[in-house]
Design a protein. Structure first.
Length: 148
């Protein structure tokens, strides 16, 4: 590139056009630095407060609770007093919970899940309880060093 317009003439009188890429490289390097600085500042997902150990027990309910249990095999059970342990499918469980809430609308619904049960089985249960009209579900956990 010459000092009079950016074109050079070859020895035989032909014009040779050369592109100046230095400003392009400068812009690319500045963008690279901006993205390198900004990337660690971006967070993935939603910030959640994880549960802490040693929480206070909940207050006793006005009505006896409905306790839905899921064992390690993924079988569902509904404890309503002295009922025997009879495995239920989700549709039947939902109907029985809906009937129980119709007679005692203030009854809390507690879920006891084995720690080895899959997340999908728990979510299927939560969906069935929501379909049955349960407004709130309490998940039962074991206190550290305590009985369930």
């Amino acid at each position: 590139m010459n000092r009079h317009g950016g074109f050079q003439q070859a020895a035989k009188g032909k014009v040779v056009a050369e592109m100046n890429v230095v400003p392009f490289i400068d812009v690319v390097l500045v963008l690279l630095v901006v993205f390198m600085v900004a990337t660690p500042l971006m967070t993935q997902g939603v910030h959640v407060e994880l549960p802490r150990l040693g929480a206070q027990p909940i207050e006793p309910p006005e009505h006896p609770p409905l306790v839905v249990s899921i064992d390690a095999a993924g079988q569902y059970y509904l404890n309503r007093g002295t009922d025997e342990k009879v495995s239920l499918d989700l549709a039947t469980l939902g109907q029985q919970v809906q009937q129980a809430l119709a007679t005692q609308p203030g009854s809390p619904v507690l879920v006891r899940g084995d720690r080895d049960v899959s997340y999908g089985r728990v979510m299927a249960l939560m969906g069935a309880l929501q379909d049955a009209g349960v407004p709130n579900v309490v998940l039962i956990a074991q206190a550290p060093g305590g009985a369930p």
